[in-house]
Design a protein around this ligand. Structure first.
Ligand code: 1GP
Length: 248
């Protein structure tokens, strides 16, 4: 057991915030850029790397995960959209149920295919209720999963969905606006969800400034995920780390 979930729970118990950097292998096909990003993450004290994407097209070009593992000891947690993305070289996997949607493949179908692979792996499995929230545009995850996001201004739907997820045994709740969302999830929604569940809350999608990160942390997010924002503006990695250190 690698203790990823127990570390997350311990951080929450201490009121400490965490920051995860999302590495989408399709976005980092330049090895030098990837290594530079990982070094920045290491220097800034990023808590863990999420690795994956809603649609990966460049599996064979650069072995992104190997490059990452060669240069850092930051834990890598898979953030997969399908069992094709299971890779035993990572440390853990978000075992995602897309509970905002009504597509059985993303509620239980892929999980059945993934289960025997995970049983035979060394990956720590982190059961995660995943809620896709409408944040200004149709994202790849919405299209690929064929699910309808929760409306931006309906925090009560999000809080009831998250609570149902916790009652069903999910150990983490992930509120996601989707990669490259136009705007981040509202502090009102994060706040309502955080008052509804006791498990740690991950929030991502469309976070591009330190100010929006602080707002999300203040509203009750335990872990923030940044992907596109750090690709566009690499200094955001250090700024996010500074934002989380204001808490706890
Ligand atoms: C996407 O939450 C992640 O699933 C990160 O989103 O790339 O918009 O930061 P961004």
């Amino acid at each position: 057991m690698k203790g990823l979930l127990s570390d997350i729970n311990a951080s929450k118990a201490r009121n400490e915030k965490q920051f995860a950097l999302l590495i989408d292998p399709d976005s980092y096909q330049d090895s030098d850029q990837l290594i530079d990003t990982v070094h920045k993450a290491e220097k800034s004290g990023v808590d863990f790397l999420l690795f994956g994407g809603s649609l990966i097209t460049k599996y064979d070009e650069v072995d992104t995960l190997k490059l990452i593992k060669d240069v850092t000891s930051i834990p890598v947690i898979l953030f997969p959209s399908s069992p094709l993305q299971i890779d035993n070289r990572a440390d853990g996997i978000l075992f995602l149920s897309l509970i905002s949607g009504r597509n059985p493949e993303y509620l239980i179908g892929h999980h059945v295919n993934a289960a025997p692979l995970l049983k035979n792996s060394d990956l720590e499995v982190l059961p995660t209720g995943y809620l896709l929230i409408e944040c200004g545009k149709t994202t790849t995850v919405e299209y690929v999963s064929n699910t309808k996001p929760i409306p931006f201004n309906k925090p009560n739907i999000a809080s009831c969905t998250a609570l149902a997820g916790e009652f069903m045994g999910q150990k983490l709740i992930y509120l996601d606006g989707g990669s490259g969302a136009d705007r981040p999830i509202s502090p009102e929604m994060i706040s309502e969800v955080s008052q509804s569940v006791t498990v740690p809350i991950i929030v991502g999608g469309g976070i591009r400034t330190m100010e929006s990160a602080i707002e999300a942390f203040e509203a009750g997010a335990d872990i923030l995920v940044v992907g596109n924002g750090a690709e566009e503006y690499p200094d955001l990695i250090a700024e996010m780390s500074a934002a989380k250190k204001q808490f706890g």
